[in-house]
Design a protein around this ligand. Structure first.
Ligand SMILES: [Zn+2]
Length: 366
């Protein structure tokens, strides 16, 4: 059962270990992993001494930094938007993971305790500490859900997202089990459809294309892909609970990415493939694997979906070395069709995080 943020106190004994936190961050390919380890160690040392549940604070860090994959974390060791006042500003830089942990605790302490005598020597690390008190928000936070409501964040999903990280963190083992890349990530539910064609002889997938279904119902999507009249399908569909359904073998071509319309010009692989198709015929479906995520554009995918997206992507990269782990080969549907599919999969889709989590480069367009 998901953790309800209304029942997660900020002041409590640790509900997970620092090792579990680091394992979780490693599983998501957090950057600056040495600093993540130092950050966790200091959170558990100082946070526990002052009575804050360090696991909750670490889960908040995970939400703020994309589990340690954000640029603000990688370049500044800023764990939670501390000191960020507008969209341009990247926030203040911290010298070490330890310092980042103390600053985050200070910032939190203003909301939870107002003044925390256990942290007085670290107050200078957070330039916004007094602003919180002046705004009358001192002691306004008791449980995780209180961090939303315009206090720490205005995003209504903020506390729920943190609770999701907390749940995963608590489920992490003390040590990371090495993944066998040749094995499917988990049970994949075979569904099947007749909406596909054989890839041309010798042709293997060279790219993954990510979509959003624009429909919250998996059942609707499944019946659409099984209906021959739809002329539509996808290799994989990831339901809201993270279940991976498969409709088409990856040896065959699904029918999703054939609608080329005003494609992005600055992705060399895509531009080259389209030029070749226009000259010699064929179809982008011949060269791609499609992953649909059940949801609507603009709403974040669930954490279970994000886990499944990372797992299936990792599996495809291991199975097809012809798919390179970089942005130029991990496409949004809108890259192919920017006119009628500009919403797919939408700004909230975590493509950068997925690419980073599989060890790829989200800035490499080649
Ligand atoms: Zn799409």
């Amino acid at each position: 059962m998901p953790i309800d943020p209304h029942f997660v106190p900020l002041l409590a004994a640790p509900t997970a270990t620092a090792r579990q936190a680091v394992t979780y961050a490693r599983s998501r390919n957090a950057r600056r992993i040495d600093a993540v380890e130092a950050f966790a160690a200091e959170l558990w040392r100082v946070g526990t001494a002052c009575g804050y549940d360090p696991a909750v604070v670490f889960a908040q860090f995970c939400d703020e930094t994309g589990v340690g994959t954000s640029d603000a974390w990688a370049t500044r060791l800023n764990p939670g938007g501390i000191g960020i006042t507008d969209g341009e500003d990247q926030g203040i830089a911290f010298a070490s993971g330890e310092q980042a942990a103390r600053a985050m605790l200070v910032h939190l302490s203003a909301y939870v305790r107002g003044y925390d005598p256990g942290l007085w020597q670290h107050l200078h690390l957070d330039p916004r500490y007094l602003l919180v008190l002046e705004a009358g928000l001192g002691q306004s936070v008791r449980v995780l859900a209180d961090l939303g409501n315009g206090r720490w964040a205005t995003n209504p999903a903020y506390a729920t997202q943190i609770a999701g990280h907390l749940e995963r963190l608590r489920l992490s083992a003390e040590d990371l089990q090495p993944l066998d890349p040749a094995k499917p990530p988990r049970d994949i539910v075979w569904e099947g459809t007749t909406n596909f064609h054989r890839r041309p002889p010798g042709v293997v997938p060279e790219a993954i294309v990510y979509h959003i279904t624009n429909d919250r119902s998996y059942a609707n999507v499944a019946s659409w892909f099984r209906n021959p009249a739809s002329r539509a399908s996808s290799h994989f569909v990831i339901d809201r609970d993270g279940t991976i359904h498969q409709f088409v073998s990856t040896r065959d071509a699904a029918w999703t990415n054939g609608d080329i319309s005003a494609p992005r010009q600055d992705l060399p692989w895509l531009a080259g493939a389209i030029t070749k198709i226009r000259r010699e015929g064929g179809n982008l479906n011949d060269l791609s694997v499609t992953i649909e995520t059940v949801g609507v554009p603009g709403e974040p995918v669930t954490l279970a979906q994000q886990d499944a997206l990372v797992a299936i992507t990792r599996y495809l990269l291991a199975t097809y070395p012809s798919i390179l782990p970089r942005r130029g080969r991990m496409l949004r549907h809108a890259d192919i069709n920017s006119t009628s599919r500009s919403y797919c999969p939408g700004a909230a889709f975590p493509l950068r995080e997925i690419i980073r989590a599989v060890g790829g480069d989200p800035n490499d367009l080649s």
